[in-house]
Design a protein around this ligand. Structure first.
Ligand code: SF4
Length: 183
């Protein structure tokens, strides 16, 4: 079924992190402080581009992707050649891979498939702080999880109650106080 409302990949990434974060930031529109890190990201992206160009044949940069099926739009940082296939590549300013980034990369891969009408086998994440490129296989179970998560996001937008995902990440969560007060 086609979704009328379009979500951004970064909105769905909030859901991957925690459905309550998606609810506070996307549904209620309570923004968190991006500040320093958002600005730093833009600068480092330029440096990262040089590293990526040495490792891959870059086909596109900031490539807009739109999925009619999922009702999601986004911009892949890069689209690169992966053997006979294409793959999205995301740049993250960290030394460690976070699970929610992996799922966002898979979402980009699914969207890329829909746009180019060809299979996408992998996605890549460049971790600038480790100077490491991680390869993410698009496994069936991960694909299913990502598609189900997007459906859940649309349902929460339509009024479904979100569920908190309590984890060690709660400690540094921007919405911790609101979450405690949420009934
Ligand atoms: S405090 Fe934890 S459960 Fe609450 S919104 Fe943040 S990450 Fe989710």
């Amino acid at each position: 079924m086609k979704q009328k409302v379009k979500l951004w990949v970064r909105d769905v990434e909030e859901f991957f992190f925690c459905p309550m974060v998606f609810y506070f930031s996307v549904v209620l529109g309570i923004s968190k402080d991006e500040g320093y890190w958002a600005e730093l990201g833009k600068e480092i992206q330029e440096e990262a581009e040089q590293v990526i160009a040495k490792s891959f044949e870059v086909q596109a940069k900031e490539f807009r992707l739109e999925s009619e099926k999922l009702g999601v739009v986004g911009k892949a940082d890069f689209v690169v050649k992966d053997g006979n296939f294409l793959a999205p590549l995301e740049v993250k300013y960290s030394s460690k891979l976070k699970p929610w980034w992996k799922y966002s990369a898979i979402l980009y891969a699914i969207m890329l498939e829909e746009v180019i009408k060809k299979p996408v086998k992998r996605a890549f994440i460049y971790l600038t702080e480790a100077n490491r490129i991680v390869s993410v296989e698009i496994r069936d179970e991960d694909r299913k999880f990502v598609v189900e998560s997007v459906k859940n996001c649309h349902e929460i937008l339509r009024g479904k109650q979100p569920k908190a995902k309590v984890s060690k990440s709660c400690e540094n969560c921007d919405y911790k106080q609101m979450c405690l007060e949420f009934d």
